[in-house]
Design a protein around this ligand. Structure first.
Ligand code: FEO
Length: 395
């Protein structure tokens, strides 16, 4: 199925309504996703990217309904990850000599995944241009580590479309294809979740790349990412959001994140939340039980927060594996400029709070000295320790 994008550009991707997780089970895709590929028919016919491996044969058959495959002059592979390169094997079986424009790193990642098949790679770098006829060109822009070494964007002059690859995307199945036709609340939430869970570790590089893009002075009428909707109405809105998100973003929010065995740590978690609201009534407070919330959504809430409070009981001289795993995940996402505190119950050894404090510091949080440790179940003295900890957290 194709959809008109602009001028002689057609969407030839796949809307993945059924997708529940991405990157294995690492990233929940609550609203599905799409893999966007684009066909340009100017003086030259150009295919921008393909779709995920399991859909490769459907992709090739659908593409044949659009164009005789040997009429494709060249392919642009903006990224080697299999959700965009995965149909190349089936496609190149049909048109083996067709040039593939990509970065040097993409040659490595594509051949690394699919083997050396003698494909006709044309290596490009930032600023390289290719004439596609009708007075239009494609301009290549390396997007190294956004989010793979091989990532690249392609800008089409004349129609002023930036094919931005993963950047500015969302895991959001939306048949309507354009941002102005999407459910705005879902779009906003999915764009943020995507940024936090995929791009936040590279925020410093995002900020530098946005400066570089701005310095190139491109007129951008449309941003066409590889997942989710195309930004057609006010396309720079997502660029402005990325600019804000990539600079130690935070809102006036504090998130309390905990897991519990016999409810003692849960009681402290709610006491902490109430105390935050008492000390700072305008601050948004959220309480997230790890076992009952999606880990990617928890990461998004951490991203929005200026501070977090982590709770776990001590178990087996350590903390609950759910809390430990979540802290390891938070470390991978490289949050910056946020404060944190730790609390929890214990029965005898009681190392849990210290272990959490260590893991929070390793994950880049500024950790409060004060904490709440409660032997067995929290009592009056334990609840009394909540206020000074919150005071230090909010300071
Ligand atoms: Fe959507 Fe990095 O692939």
């Amino acid at each position: 199925m194709h959809k008109e994008v602009k001028g002689n550009v057609t969407w030839v991707g796949h809307v993945d309504w059924e997708l529940e997780t991405f990157h294995g089970d690492e990233l929940s895709t609550t609203h599905g996703s799409s893999q966007n590929a684009y066909l340009i028919r100017e003086g030259k016919n150009v295919l921008i990217d393909t779709i995920w491996t399991p859909h490769r044969f459907d992709f090739v058959e659908n593409l044949k309904k659009e164009i005789e495959l040997d009429k494709i002059d060249f392919i642009v592979a903006n990224h080697g990850e299999c959700d965009h390169s995965g149909s190349l094997t089936a496609l190149m079986d049909e048109i083996p000599g067709t040039p593939i424009y990509c970065t040097a790193a993409a040659v490595k990642s594509i051949e690394g995944q699919y083997g050396k098949r003698g494909w006709n790679f044309k290596v490009v770098k930032t600023g390289d241009r290719v004439d596609i006829g009708n007075g239009k060109e494609l301009v290549f822009i390396e997007m190294k580590m956004l989010h793979w070494p091989d990532s690249m964007a392609t800008y089409m002059t004349g129609d002023n479309i930036l094919f931005s690859m993963d950047a500015f995307g969302q895991h959001y199945a939306c048949e309507e294809l354009f941002n102005d036709r999407a459910d705005q609340a879902v779009l906003e939430a999915e764009a943020l979740k995507y940024y936090v869970n995929i791009l936040n570790p590279f925020s410093m590089m995002v900020a530098r790349k946005l400066d570089e893009l701005s310095g190139m002075g491109l007129d951008i009428d449309m941003i066409a990412p590889s997942h989710g909707v195309i930004w057609r109405q006010d396309p720079m809105q997502i660029v402005k959001k990325y600019a804000a998100w990539s600079h130690d973003y935070q809102e006036d929010q504090v998130t309390v994140i905990y897991d519990t065995m016999w409810e003692g740590t849960a009681k402290i978690a709610h006491a902490v939340a109430q105390e935050i609201s008492r000390q700072s009534p305008d601050t948004v407070v959220k309480v997230l039980h790890i076992a009952k919330n999606d880990k990617n959504d928890i990461m998004t809430e951490i991203f929005r927060s200026r501070a977090v409070a982590f709770g776990s009981p001590t178990v087996l001289n350590s903390i609950l594996s759910s809390v430990s795993g979540l802290l390891d995940f938070a470390k991978q996402l490289k949050f910056r400029g946020k404060k944190a505190c730790a609390f929890g119950c214990y029965g005898w050894s009681g190392e849990g709070v210290k272990i959490m404090q260590g893991k929070l510091a390793e994950a880049g949080f500024t950790v409060t000295e004060s904490s709440v440790r409660s032997m067995w179940n929290p009592e009056e003295a334990d609840f009394a320790a909540v206020a000074p900890m919150v005071e230090e957290l909010l300071a």
